[in-house]
Design a protein around this ligand. Structure first.
Ligand code: F6P
Length: 351
């Protein structure tokens, strides 16, 4: 019998969830079964699935109707197999044994920097993996865009639109904290699209007095200021602790608090009322935009073609309008940060 007819492919989604994950899963499974005759198994909750052999059936029936659905039908986690010991066997050995036991010879790993970092290391250790990049932060350097970003930006933009009217009614400064641990793409795009008066990003530490000056200037024009701040943005030359102190399995600190801190400082330094809205996980939930559904679908179709071609160790990426294959290790090598010139363009609208 043709070897490809026997190929059994495991699919997993890891890291923070993101609108469009289900569209990827659907495209992988539909093309894989209909065009290539592959068989699929879903792994639950990212790398925890292969680590614990926790599976879920994945066929055409299982992916019916999931295109508009947010989240991931497979579940997600930030489990790191390289941190997992076990009675006598480390995480990698457990994954290898479980894949062999389940007859799974290839994995499609859909995730961000951390999930793909694990995928790259597992590939080096002999496991067949194809990667699909995912993050609402849009900060993976190997791809021009990741799905989920457009949805997050649209949600944040709509929130800013709404905040403008209530800010003006009450003559308040409103601070909107959006996601973005290391990169300010969501803040920049949502702030520009929503007509924010100040945008603060992690790439450019800011001066609180300068922010206050922009806020006061905006009040002088008789409009109320909207300040968009990425959760990872921080003030220069101020000794302020903005983390909760908690770490995840990949060593990331849990952020939180810059929006409220700014609101407090603006009130104190300008005497104007300032309130903070933290959008948080609202940016990651719910149905994906058309752009994200299409990008996610194209990534899924391309990923399963890579499996069919046995291009293991590859990750799909968007370059311009084309979907290309790059080594997974390239996808995780460096973060794509907001360039200085892009931020300088936005400053024209500050104040
Ligand atoms: O990486 C995506 C992201 O949404 C970041 O913007 C954010 O810092 C982080 O995940 C939040 O993770 P969690 O949902 O685990 O708190």
């Amino acid at each position: 019998m043709d070897r490809l007819c026997l190929m059994r492919v495991g699919v997993l989604t890891g890291g923070g969830d993101c609108p469009g994950l289900n569209a990827v899963i659907r495209a992988v499974v539909r093309r894989g079964i209909q065009e290539f005759g592959l068989e699929f198994v879903g792994f639950r909750d990212g790398w925890r699935g292969p680590l614990e052999a926790d599976t879920v059936p994945l066929d055409v029936h299982a992916v019916r109707g999931i295109l508009p659905r947010g989240g991931t039908i497979l579940g997600s986690s930030r489990t790191n197999p390289f941190k997992e010991g076990g009675p006598g066997r480390n995480g990698v050995e457990r994954i290898k044994d479980n894949l062999a036991g389940l007859g799974v010879d290839t994995l499609v790993a859909i995730g961000g920097e951390d999930t793909l970092g694990v995928a790259a290391r597992l590939h080096q250790q002999g496991i067949n993996v194809v990667g699909v990049p995912k993050t609402i932060d849009n900060d993976l350097s190997a791809t021009d865009y990741t799905f989920g970003f457009d949805t997050a930006v649209n949600i944040a933009m709509e929130a800013i639109d709404r905040l403008h009217t209530t800010a003006e009614s009450h003559h308040r400064a409103l601070i909107v904290e959006v996601m973005g641990r290391h990169a300010g793409w969501i803040a920049l795009h949502a702030g520009l699209a929503g007509g924010a008066n100040v945008i603060l990003i992690p790439e450019r530490p800011f001066e609180i007095d300068r922010v206050c000056a922009w806020v006061e200037h905006r009040f002088q024009t008789r409009y109320a200021p909207i300040v968009v701040v990425a959760e990872g943005a921080y003030p220069a030359n101020e000794d302020l602790s903005l983390t909760t102190g908690q770490l995840d399995a990949f060593g990331h600190v849990r952020l939180g608090g810059i929006g409220q801190l700014l609101a407090d400082e603006i009130e104190k330094r300008t005497g104007k009322e300032a309130r903070c809205t933290v959008l948080g996980h609202i940016q990651r939930g719910g149905t994906p935009t058309a752009f994200d559904r299409v990008l996610a679908t194209r990534f899924g179709l391309a990923a399963v073609s890579a499996v069919h071609d046995e291009a293991f160790g590859a990750m799909v990426a968007l370059r311009g309008t084309e979907i290309v294959r790059v080594p997974i290790s390239e996808g995780t090598r460096e973060l794509k940060l907001v360039p200085v010139e892009r931020y300088a363009e936005a400053e024209v609208f500050f104040g």
